[in-house]
Design a protein around this ligand. Structure first.
Ligand code: VG1
Ligand code: CO
Length: 542
């Protein structure tokens, strides 16, 4: 029986960089999740009888919200729901499933790299039929609807058993519980040379993968251990846990420190990697050699043709604006276009659909390609392994050769977390006020050539996105970018992105912190970070 339940709007359901993310206790308020899901459905047209993909990263509240979504999808007229067994679907696997099944769209339940558990974060993100995150015009419509919603529709029915494979009925809708891993792993076998990688591993190449007790565990065990023959135990923290074992599932040098320490030790394996809560990020560390995500994007783009799926070459490369310019130099050499988009994967979808870009990446450890419409952690690891199997060099050798060819973009991101929102907004406003006076001025980082607030015009539909971050460009090509995070759930986080380019003839072997020090000081002074936030140093440096 379909129930129509009266409700009143919540005023805080505006999706951020990647879906709606809130504390679990916010989602636990009566009607909260239901309001958002109905706002999504009300913003869509033509899904009657169509397929909806549903799954999440296994975090706390995943199972409860899946039941709500299924009962509401049935009540709203979807014809079929595809659900990952156990409620599990990594974000890239969900994207693939949407595409492979011809689904109308999908709801991905995750707060990605944010911590999980009763006192931590939960999230819901809607993806459209190309498998990618809903573009801004859809998320804006969802938000607008959430502010005027008066009721939602839900089926009064028993919970669906999401642990047993197979089909069942929920009202007039079919629910199919599917293997979350197999189809995705098969896709990887089409893109990469599994026999070359198997031979490399059988020949003694060692690797270590940290799933951080998040969603990639089942994928990584199947692919690295079963299909590629790496020894059992290669994948650590391989069981998805509702609270990620109390860890923060963000694969950076702070939260993946165990892996980092292992990779810097005397007996380090050849290759180390980690992924995040929902499986779309990747951290790459070679033996005694950390690879920044921006450099990783550049190396993958420069060498992608070595993998069968990309043997024909790239149509173009896209990176988010704060990501370093390392990929730009690769694009130039390859003679393909380079697109600079705002932060967040939703801006890559149109370029991928239009065949204008093949590989995309972000400085936040996200890399992906046109095989799906999300960033993809396991994919990035496999492309690295495929390249290593062909080139038969260490990660450190590959990096050294890359910098000797293209020069090096020293790069770091400084995050100032848990600032009050008012202070963060005031800091950004003060920066806005300096945009006209900064060009031509000299500071410890050099002379500023130009300063602007980044705006993006999508080349496929001419839609414009403004206020995407303050950019300071220096005469020597160095760059400082300031923006506020759109994925946090408490206060504000200021991200400061710092980059300095040294060409092939310059010093390529500096410590990143030393190379960037004068620019870091300039950033702190120009934005008066300490004055606005009271913080002398960032909370996290990646
Ligand atoms: C961050 C990253 C951004 C990424 C987004 C989602 O956004 O900077 O590059 O796309 O997280 O990643 P923000 O607005 O906090 O800077 V995930 O893996 O959390 O979906
Ligand atoms: Co993620």
């Amino acid at each position: 029986m379909i129930k129509t339940v009266a409700t009143t709007p919540f005023t805080d359901q505006k999706p951020g960089t990647s879906g709606l993310r809130k504390k679990v206790r916010i989602f636990q308020q009566p009607h909260y999740a239901e309001n958002f899901v109905q706002s999504v459905f009300d913003s869509l047209e033509g899904f009657e009888g169509q397929t909806l993909v549903v799954g999440g990263d296994g975090r706390y509240l995943n199972r409860e919200v899946i039941q709500i979504v299924l009962k509401m999808a049935a009540a709203n007229g979807f014809g079929r729901a595809l659900v990952g067994q156990g409620g599990i679907l990594s974000t890239p696997a969900a994207s693939h499933l949407i595409r492979a099944s011809g689904a109308f769209g999908g709801l991905i339940l995750s707060a990605s790299h944010n911590p999980g558990g009763p006192d931590e974060d939960f999230g819901i993100k809607y993806n459209v039929s190309n498998g990618g995150p809903a573009p801004e015009k859809v998320t804006d419509a969802i938000h607008a609807r959430s502010l005027s919603i008066e009721s939602y529709h839900i089926l009064d029915a028993q919970d669906v058993d999401v642990d047993t494979l197979g089909a069942s009925r929920l009202g007039d809708m079919t629910v199919e519980i599917v293997d979350p891993v197999a189809g995705y792993a098969d896709l990887m076998e089409q893109l990469f040379d599994f026999s070359a990688m198997r031979a490399m591993i059988a020949g003694g190449f060692t690797l270590s993968f940290d799933s951080m007790s998040a969603v990639t565990g089942p994928y990584a065990v199947e692919i690295f251990e079963k299909r590629l023959g790496a020894p059992a135990g290669t994948v650590r923290n391989a069981t998805p846990l509702p609270d990620f074992g109390h860890h923060h599932p963000d694969p950076n040098l702070v939260h993946a420190k165990t892996l980092y320490d292992q990779m810097m030790a005397a007996d380090a394996p050849d290759f180390g990697a980690a992924s995040d809560g929902d499986g779309d990020r990747n951290l790459i560390i070679g033996r005694h050699c950390y690879v920044t995500p921006s450099d990783s994007l550049a190396v993958l783009a420069a060498n992608a043709h070595l993998a069968p799926g990309y043997a024909k070459g790239l149509k173009g490369i896209a990176r988010s604006m704060p990501t370093s310019g390392a990929a730009d130099r690769v694009a130039k050499k390859l003679g393909v276009p380079l697109f600079e988009t705002p932060t967040g994967w939703k801006f890559f979808g149109n370029l991928l659909d239009a065949g204008m870009a093949t590989i995309c990446g972000e400085e936040s450890a996200g890399t992906g390609s046109d095989h799906v419409r999300e960033k993809d952690g396991v994919w990035a690891v496999l492309l690295w392994l495929n390249i290593l199997a062909v080139r038969r060099q260490s990660v450190a050798q590959i990096m050294a050769e890359h910098w000797a060819t293209y020069g090096r973009n020293y790069y770091a991101r400084h995050d100032y977390e848990a600032i009050s929102k008012d202070r963060a907004d005031a800091l950004m406003l003060a920066l806005q006020d300096q945009l006209t006076t900064l060009p031509g001025s000299i500071n410890s980082g050099g002379t500023i050539r130009s300063a602007d607030d980044f705006a993006y015009t999508d080349p496929t539909d001419q839609s414009v996105s403004r206020n995407q971050g303050i950019r300071l460009l220096f005469e020597d090509g160095s760059r400082i970018v300031f923006r506020l995070s759109g994925t946090g759930t408490e206060g504000a986080t200021l991200r400061v992105y710092i980059e300095r380019y040294v060409d092939q003839t310059g010093k390529l072997g500096l410590e990143t912190a030393d190379a960037l020090q004068p620019l870091v000081r300039a950033a702190q002074e120009i934005a008066d970070i300490q004055g606005f936030t009271g913080m002398e140093r960032p909370s996290v440096i990646t």
